[in-house]
Design a protein around this ligand. Structure first.
Ligand SMILES: Nc1ncnc2c1ncn2[C@@H]1O[C@H](COP(=O)(O)OP(=O)(O)OP(=O)(O)O)[C@@H](O)[C@H]1O
Length: 307
């Protein structure tokens, strides 16, 4: 493992009886990098993070953090790792400040250092005005920021975040990502699991996971370059009906709904795809759609890879 690789997995595997949660997973995260592990529910992200954080042993392969094999040497690097799990343990009947002090005590931060560290964490997470509020009375976005602040109390060099913005409103999500980018300035290496592909776009590199395996891994730009053909976006008055109609005429997985817009993935000839789609909609009596060629997003790539 090169020193510049803060995190590395080699053919990592986890089986629970007959269920394979993670299979042949090999990836690396460079020191100071923000890496997104993306996949839908059940893809194996949480299991991967647990093995990397040293709280679950693999059934095969290895998980290395700062050069240490987490199945055998987790204690050597425990103090360098921050881990925010999906149900991060905040105490709802303690205040924001008390939660931070609690985690500072667990990590044995000396009392004389706690004050300044906690002030710093309250400051960058914008929680200073709420420090006396009970954690249970915080908004969803604030709870997640407090969870992050608690995971950072001991100044970890490597941070694992498991779907930290799940169910959080878009403004708070943006705020949370602003904080993550700020941490990069301090040299922290971050591996974040997320089901949101727009968040993955903010990462330096992204691994797309599906059914325990890594389908692809690259920069967001590099990943989009993997897409064969391109994307036509259709705006119609009846998008759901249009999807049903086109799904019958085009290969499986070529059509997807993005909000109220329909995306059609073509392999080589956009004009042919467009004409065929328009004819099919017209035949069913749908008014003519507005069609434009769009740059593929990571979501487009993911949908088309799963095809
Ligand atoms: N302790 C366990 N015992 C049995 N099966 C498990 C266990 N933990 C996870 N699994 C299974 O392993 C697979 C991967 O789960 P995992 O939680 O790692 O996925 P995920 O990508 O994090 O999804 P989610 O966002 O839903 O947590 C799933 O099929 C899950 O049911």
């Amino acid at each position: 493992m090169s020193l510049s690789e803060a995190i590395k997995t080699n053919a990592l595997q986890k089986r629970f009886g007959k269920v394979t949660a993670v299979e042949e997973l090999s990836l690396y995260v460079k020191s100071g990098e923000l890496f997104g592990l993306v996949g839908s529910d059940g893809a194996g992200k949480t299991t991967t993070l647990r093995m990397l954080a040293g709280i679950m042993d693999p059934t095969g392969g290895e998980a290395l953090v700062l050069g240490r094999n987490m199945a055998q040497e987790a204690e050597e690097v425990r103090g360098d790792i921050g881990y925010m799990s999906q149900r991060f343990g905040l105490y709802p009947d303690l205040t924001v400040l008390e939660n931070l002090r609690f985690y500072a005590d667990i990590h044995m931060i000396p009392a004389r250092e706690q004050g300044s560290r906690i002030d710093e964490l309250l400051g960058f997470s914008n929680l200073t005005p709420f420090k006396e509020r009970l954690a249970g009375k915080l908004s969803g976005g604030m709870k997640q920021k407090l969870g992050l602040a608690c995971a950072l109390v001991h100044r970890p060099r490597v941070l694992f975040l498991d779907e930290p913005t799940n169910g959080v409103d878009p403004v708070s999500r943006r705020d949370f990502w602003r904080i993550l980018h700020g941490l990069l300035g301090e040299g922290v290496t971050i591996l974040v699991a997320t089901a949101y592909l727009d968040e993955a776009e903010r990462c330096h590199r992204v691994g797309l996971m599906h059914r325990g395996r890594l389908l692809a891994c690259d920069t967001p730009k590099g990943l989009k370059g993997l897409m064969k053909g391109g994307v036509l976006e259709f705006t119609t008055a009846e998008p759901r009906r249009a999807v049903r109609l086109l799904s019958a005429d085009f290969p499986s997985g070529s059509v997807a709904l993005f909000g109220e817009k329909l995306h059609l993935y073509y392999a080589d000839d956009p004009e042919e795809a467009r004409e065929r789609a328009e004819a099919s909609l017209k035949k069913a009596g749908l008014e003519a759609p507005r069609v434009r060629q769009v740059e593929p997003s990571l979501e487009d790539l993911f949908v088309s890879l799963l095809r």
